[in-house]
Write a protein that binds this ligand. Structure first.
Ligand code: PHE
Length: 466
């Protein structure tokens, strides 16, 4: 038997627990808040098709790559690269991942705070209206405040800090395993309500009837970025979670299951929201507030709406919490393993750092409304740069590492559980994707989406003479 690098490390205790935790990382505000608002802003069905392509051809191979690296090294995002390639600077990929975790957490905790606040608003009756103007007013007054959204962000940070300190198996596994199925059932109920609203058809058309003229390079970049954000890939969260996965787990199967389930939840959230958007006379391009103004209006048009609404925001809060635990685990695993910090110290300091950085995102609609970084508010800057720049760049390097650096035979051995799984064909498809398709697709989309192609051609023309 091979000796573990770190025998005392905690791990997930069962197969179901592993899937639940990985799915718990993937499913979160990305499905319920971000997927609908980005789909709404990018024109609907055609965007969704591009998104599905990005998940299958780019997101999924990167997820599998991360699981392979993590499980093989049983190490955090930085330590994993150091273990595999001690003499080359590949560990910087893990370092960039730790940074991405901070930046994502900065705005994620803001939105999670809004969700937590909405549980209480829904219960207290503040959201009883089917009129978009009313639900918009409640939302605007929450986000343009100072004390209230900050309070909820701190609350969120305290909750996840407490769970993280309880450790991997006990904390993460227990919470996610229990509540994910419930979220699914509730989404199903809301979908049925939304689909039976008079005028729901237009929303379904928006979601499922593609208008390809809506596809531009920035739409494609948004789809790629969403795929990365959704699957929690490109920043080492899946390396870290992979490091807790047992040697007998079938990794390709797990990644496919997770991607399918995750996509299903996103589409269900879309079905909950878009029919109502049109039925209630909204436009789909509301941006980040879409969920918060539409969902209350839907619930108010159904029997027991208030009870369901409270439950919905509670389950969304749980989903967001599962995702945040995986985000937080990236710096925590790094700090405890690379610097031998105690879990307690690492958690407290990380939470403090995120709180400081995150407050700038939370105050982006009030005190810092006029402060911009590269033309965006703090909130939008963190949101855009992580999904659409940092995660895809991380994805390029992770794919290149597994495709070209790690070693063909070694990757094959890890993918097949030392030869126990007969998955040769799959291995070849995978290696082709990570060697060529993933890096090339991301580079092209990034260059085009960030408007860098013309400047690069001009630069080459001016500096290279034939
Ligand atoms: N996938 C999570 C969501 O969709 C967000 C996330 C991104 C979690 C990156 C971990 C790492 O909500």
């Amino acid at each position: 038997m091979k000796k573990d690098i770190n025998p005392k490390r905690e791990g997930f205790s069962s197969s179901i627990g592993v899937i639940a935790a990985v799915l718990g990382s993937a499913v979160g505000l990305g499905n319920i808040w971000k997927f609908p608002y980005v789909t709404g802003a990018n024109g609907g069905a055609a965007f969704i098709l591009v998104y599905l392509l990005c998940v299958a051809l780019v997101g999924l191979p990167v997820m599998l790559s991360e699981h392979l690296i993590g499980r093989h090294t049983k190490s955090n995002a930085v330590g994993a690269f150091k273990a595999l390639e001690p003499r080359r600077p590949w560990f910087l990929v893990g370092g960039a991942g730790v940074l991405s975790a901070f930046l994502i957490m900065a705005f994620y905790t803001t939105v999670a705070g809004w969700v937590y606040a909405y549980i209480f608003k829904a219960a207290g009756g503040a959201l009883i209206s089917t009129k978009p103007e009313d639900t918009s007013r409640v939302f605007n007054s929450l986000v343009s405040g100072v004390g209230e959204p900050l309070f909820w962000q701190v609350f969120v940070l305290l909750v996840i800090g407490t769970i993280i300190m309880a450790g991997v198996t006990k904390g993460i596994e227990r919470v996610t395993k229990l509540l994910m199925p419930l979220l699914f059932i509730l989404l199903l109920i809301i979908d049925i309500r939304a689909l039976t609203l008079p005028g729901a058809g237009e929303g379904l058309e928006f979601l499922f009837k593609p208008d390809f003229s809506k596809i531009t390079v920035s739409v494609v970049l948004a789809a790629l970025g969403l795929a990365f954000f959704k699957l929690s890939v490109g920043m080492g969260a899946m390396i870290t979670y992979g490091s807790y996965v047992g040697k007998n787990e079938n990794l390709p199967k797990m990644a496919v299951k997770v991607a399918l389930a995750d996509t299903l939840v996103s589409l269900m959230a879309g079905i909950a929201i878009f029919p109502a958007v049109f039925a209630l006379g909204f436009t789909p391009d509301q941006g980040p507030k879409l969920l918060f103004v539409i969902i209350p209006a839907v619930f108010n048009s159904m029997p027991f709406g208030k009870v369901f609404m409270v439950l919905f925001f509670m389950l969304t809060a749980v989903a967001a919490t599962g995702a945040m635990l995986s985000l937080l685990e990236v710096p925590i695993a790094y700090l405890t393993e690379q610097y031998r910090w105690t879990r307690r110290k690492a958690t407290i300091l990380t939470i403090l750092g995120i709180g400081l950085l995150g407050s700038t995102a939370t105050l982006s609609n009030s005190l810092f409304a006029n402060v911009t970084v590269f033309g965006r508010t703090f909130f939008d800057f963190f949101d855009f740069t992580t999904s659409n720049v940092l995660l895809p760049i991380g994805g390029i390097f992770i794919a290149l590492f597994v495709g070209w650096q790690w070693g063909y035979a070694k990757v094959k051995r890890e993918l097949s559980n030392e030869g126990h799984l007969k998955n040769d064909g799959l291995f070849h498809v995978f290696i082709f994707l990570v060697r060529f398709v993933v890096p090339l697709a991301i580079v092209l989309v990034l260059l085009a989406g960030l408007n860098l192609i013309d400047p690069i051609i001009a630069f080459l023309r001016d500096n290279i003479s034939f």
